[in-house]
Design a protein around this ligand. Structure first.
Ligand SMILES: [Zn+2]
Length: 358
């Protein structure tokens, strides 16, 4: 049976965001530490590490303006600094690392489309889903997942790519890039986006040729496993089945975990494994298992390694248990009620474009 590819290079550690920044090299180090603990007899023949090549400017220009790419390069060459009004910071080497991150996503989809690997997980940083056509934002310089999708459309001839975004935050950049396209269906489950990133509301449904190909499920803060999984089952699954994608890409953020210091959802490790099972099922039903996961957020350094490896274990089909991370957060009934209402509203809005059970 074909293996799962893990795209990684230690060069990803070189993007230096300074002390106390949540998007730190320690995130990937904690994941690699946990992967190193795996019994080689258990995972041998199932997982293989693959080094990325840097993306070229022609790849990034599929989704970003030349000016944006130049600006990131210039700020890095000048010694680094802030790219936005928030906390998207770069160091001298960040441009090169960001090219390797985008190249990692590209490599991951290439390996899956070619059939060399069954599926792939791009363990990359900096993350990407907040970066839009002409802007960096939310720790993201270039939009890795969007570039990988645009690359498959332009170079591999795909015409229906589903991007599922389960980072705790709305992927405003990805939405922005494909808002007028039906070649990508962007579907995101995220926390209330009012404060950040300011987009991701129910009525943002795409425009022009892309009308009906953008699905936002903005859930209330503190939502826990049950309603999160319901939202996936009741909205994402039926829409995905009707869209019938040729490839599923997923922006995977683990910042919905209940102990994450940045986001405000209350999801458990178990919830992440369930979501992965559901995405893998969709890939099996719709597109001969063609699935690539791309790392976005996730900032609880103590648990991140376990969370990521437990989901990789689903992709590569080896047993893995996470005793400490497993505890589910007790649901807040008022929050769950509000989440139920949101799910109903999303279904109503999206039923203009898709058959959904109301
Ligand atoms: Zn996030």
């Amino acid at each position: 049976m074909a293996k799962t590819a893990l795209i990684f290079t230690p060069k990803y550690y070189v993007h230096d965001t300074g002390p106390d920044h949540p998007e730190t090299p320690r995130r990937l180090k904690s994941i690699m530490r946990e992967l190193d603990k795996l019994d080689p007899h258990l995972v041998g023949g199932k997982l293989e590490r693959v080094a990325p090549n840097p993306a070229g400017p022609e790849d990034l220009e599929l989704v970003h303006t030349k000016e944006h790419i130049q600006l990131v390069k210039h700020v890095c060459e000048q010694g680094g600094g802030l790219l936005d009004l928030g906390d998207t910071v770069v160091s001298p080497k960040s441009f090169d690392v960001a090219m390797l991150a985008a190249g990692g996503a590209k490599k991951a989809v290439d390996l899956v489309v070619s059939g060399e690997f069954r599926n792939a997980f791009a363990l990359i940083r900096p993350p990407g889903h907040h970066a839009g056509p002409y802007y960096a934002m939310g720790f993201c310089l270039f939009n890795n997942v969007a570039m990988a999708a645009a690359y498959m459309i332009k170079n591999l001839g795909l015409t229906r790519i589903l991007i599922i975004d389960i980072d705790a935050h709305h992927g405003n950049g990805t939405q922005d890039i494909f808002y007028n396209s039906r070649k990508v269906l962007y579907a995101s489950l995220h926390e209330n986006p009012q404060e950040f990133p300011g987009t991701g509301f129910v009525d943002e449904v795409g425009e022009g040729a892309g009308l009906g190909f953008n699905v936002n499920v903005p859930l209330p803060f503190k939502v826990s496993d049950n309603e999160y999984l319901h939202a996936f089952d009741d909205i994402i699954v039926p829409i995905a089945e009707q869209y019938n994608p040729q490839f599923i890409l997923a922006s995977i953020g683990y910042d919905g975990y209940f102990r994450d210091p940045v986001a405000r959802l209350n999801l458990s490790a178990h919830c992440y494994r369930s979501i992965f099972e559901k995405i893998l099922n969709l890939a099996s039903t719709c597109c001969e298992n063609k699935f690539t996961a791309v790392l976005e957020g996730g900032y609880n350094i103590r648990q991140l390694g376990k969370l990521v490896v437990s989901t990789i274990s689903k992709m590569a089909n080896f047993p893995y248990f996470t005793k400490n991370a497993d505890r589910a957060y007790p649901p807040d009934l008022k929050v769950e009620e509000r989440a139920k209402k949101t799910i109903e509203i999303v279904k109503e809005v999206q039923s203009a474009f898709w058959n959904l059970q109301l």
